[in-house]
Structures are given as C-alpha cells and as structure tokens.
Design a binder for this molecule. Sequence first.
Ligand code: SAM
Ligand code: SF4
Length: 459
Amino acid sequence: MGKKLFIKTFGCQMNVYDSARMADSLAPSGYLPTDSVDDADMVVLNTCHIREKAAEKVYSELGRLRLLQEEKLQAGGGKMLIAVAGCVAQAEGDEILSRAPYVDIVLGPQTYHRLPEMVEDVSAGGSGPVIDIEFPAEDKFDHLPEEAAPQGVSAFLSIQEGCDRFCTFCVVPYTRGAEQSRPVSAVVAEARRLVATGSREITLLGQNVNAYHGTGSDGKDWGLGRLIRVLAEIDGLHRIRYTTSHPRDMDDALIEAHRDVPQLMPFLHLPVQSGSDRILAAMNRRHTADEYRSLIERLRTVQPELALSSDFIVGFPGETDAEFAATLRLVNDIGFSQAFSFKYSPRPGTPAAAISDQVPEEIKRDRLESLQQLLRAQQDAFNHAQLGRTLPVLIEGSGRQPGQLLGRSPYLQPVHFDGPDHRVGYVADVCIAEIMTNSLRGTLALPEAGDPALRRASV
Ligand code: SAM
Ligand code: SF4
C-alpha cells in the first residue's frame, strides 16, 4: 500500500481522460498519483502516435526513465515499474521492448482496464515484461472502477472510441480500432457522478465523437444530438462541449441541438484538413470544400454566435501551390476563432505514406508558416472583437494574482478577473476590458450588486 504513480500524458484529450481512468484502475492496488517522477514507484507514459514527432518523444522520455530506474535501484529504493500505454504502444509494442528492454508493461488503449493484473504479474517477478495490445471482445468501460478523483469544474467524458473513417493520413483506425459507442445510460450515469463531484462543464470525447450511436433507453441507437439533449437535463451541468467531429457526421439532430440547447456552447471544433477538393478526395474525407462551407452556413444560421476551430494538414502528398492556396481561401471564407495546423507526417501503414509524391520538408515548412500567420491574425481579430462585450465566464479556479479568478468564455478563451474565490464553479458575467496574447482580462459586470453578476450560475 501507499505506492506512488506518475503518469505522463502525450497527445489528445482522450489520452488525458484515459490517464485519469488508468489512475482510477490502479487506486485499489494502492497506487496514489504523484506529480513528481522522482517519487514514483511506477511510471506510465500514455503515448500518441499521430505524428512522427509525437512518437519519437516517447523514446527520448524512456531514455531518461531508464537512468532514474537504475539510480533508484542502486540507492535501494526498489524497482520503479515503467509502463508504456496508448497509441505508440499499440502500433510499436514489440519495437518498444527491443529498443527499451527495461520497460515492464506495454498496453494498448483498449486494455488499460487490465493494468492492475499486469502490475501484479510483473511485481511478482519472473514473468519478464508484459505486453497486451489486443482489441479484446469485452468493453473496457464495463471493467473499470468508477472515477476515484473529482475532475474539477471542467471535465472530460469519453463517449465514443475508435474510428471507421480511414482518412488516408491517419493512424487512429489502426491504433484505436473500430468505432464503438458507450450506451446512453452509462454516459448519463458518469455525467451525473461528475456533476455530483463539482464538475459544471463536460466535454464529450471521441476520436470521431459525432459518429456517436450509443444504445438509448428505447433500445435504439441514439445520435449525439439526442444524447446532448438528455445530458442538458442534468441539474448543475452548465456547459456541454464535444470534440473531435467529422464534417460528414454533422447530422440534422446535432445541428438542431446547437439551435435549441443553451448548455451546448457556441463553439465547434470541426476539422477540415484542406480546402482543395482533390486533396480532400485523396485524404478520403468524403466531402468537398463547398460542402464544408455550406455546413458552416447552416450551423451559423441556427446559432449565429457560433465560433469555429479546425485542424489543417499542409503538404499532404502531391499538394500543389494552387491546392494549398485553396486552403488559404477556405480559411479566409470561413474565419476561425482558433485552429491547429500541422505539416503532413507520413505514418507507417497508412495509405498516404505509400504515395511517392511526398512534398519536400521546406515547402511544408513555408506553407505551415503562411497558414499559421493567417490563422493567428483571425484568432487575434476574434479576440479583439470581444473587447467591451459581456461574456458568461465559467469560473474554474484562482488566477495568478491574489483575488483574481480564472475562467473560460463560451469560446474557450481563458478570462482573468477579480472576484470572490468561493464562486469557483459558477458562471459570471464578465465585461472584457483587455486583450492579452493568450487570454482576456475583464471585470465582473455589476460588481456593486455582488451576486446578481453571478445570476447565470444556474443556467
Ligand atoms: N477525428 C478527427 C478528424 O476527423 O479530423 C481528428 C483526429 S486526429 C487525432 C487530430 C488531427 O491530427 C487531425 O485532424 C489532423 O489534422 C492531424 N493529423 C492526423 N494525422 C496526421 C498526419 N499523418 N500528419 C499530420 N497531421 C495529422
Ligand atoms: Fe483519423 Fe479523424 Fe479521419 Fe478517423 S475521422 S481516420 S480519427 S482523421
């Protein structure tokens, strides 16, 4: 009992959620989370395979852990177990063990409910490293204990996993497996537990979250729009978000939820990847640039406040200057409040990696720079447009200065303002007075009236 667990998470929000659930699953074995790797009896690297850089980081991290493991052993501190979890483990399990034979456990994203048994096996000694990168028939969610620690004001909840879309650049269908949705009742029960432990905002997660089709109370498949309506009935849940979506899976019910459900925030991360129809087809995205434009128009018609975010890939194999220019045109046409952009990274085993016409690195770099310049300008313009507006801000905690609170606008912008700290978890109306590089600063609206400024708390 009383052992310490250090988890380092790479990559997406689903990995953040998975790391918390791995910690939950090890709690009954006596492992308590620590923030310091030096104290740890066990280290889990929860890894990301989406781009080459992300995968390579794991091996350099393992090199550092090996030294720590040896130092501890020599100092009589016992054996520090090292586990590699997540998508690199799934894709490169054997390679990890040959490049880093001091690793004790390798487990894929679908087997982390079995982690306690694996720890027991390696702790008993004699068995050598344990590797479990199956796609088991059982659902890991049925075998995980309930959440052990509260997630805080803003929480993640995985509702869907895996992906059947097979975009030609992407490893997810291979590392996370086929798409699977959790039943509505399991999602609602977890959401209720999160709210009961203080969460006021829930971000529903999935690799392709709007492909959600969990079994509902009537035994039929429910889509994400219907699920969101049910979640919105939970008392005390002020805000609902979801990520990441595919444009082809935005159905009418989900679009209508953006119109009808006030708890659903007017912010949407909807990756488009490219503005060129030829590249979109080569990526197997199954929509055109104009279809994306029309979809955004429909969404903005039902929810005029909607702000948009997206993902872009530059330098997909064969991308010409004209095709890249089409991406810049699309960005100019839509206008994003923030976005993520990446240089194409060939991933072993994906169809695009086998295309001979790879774009030279320096062209990718130049394209990324021009795209990011444009996206940054749009983000700055969006932030400046908030100046003088009063925004509802969900208070997540204290700011850096005494008396300061930190929260988020509906558009995910961090907002600092002065206010009473017992109001964490409430939604306050904040008048935006200053635009900083990465955050906004404001003042509580109607500060002299005290609580009325927080009247949206029960939204
Ligand atoms: N499911 C989401 C979708 O449909 O777009 C994306 C999930 S993926 C984890 C996040 C982002 O990583 C993608 O949207 C894409 O922009 C980027 N990405 C995925 N594979 C990539 C690759 N091989 N090279 C560069 N970026 C990549
Ligand atoms: Fe990857 Fe998203 Fe395409 Fe699925 S929809 S293959 S997760 S980029």
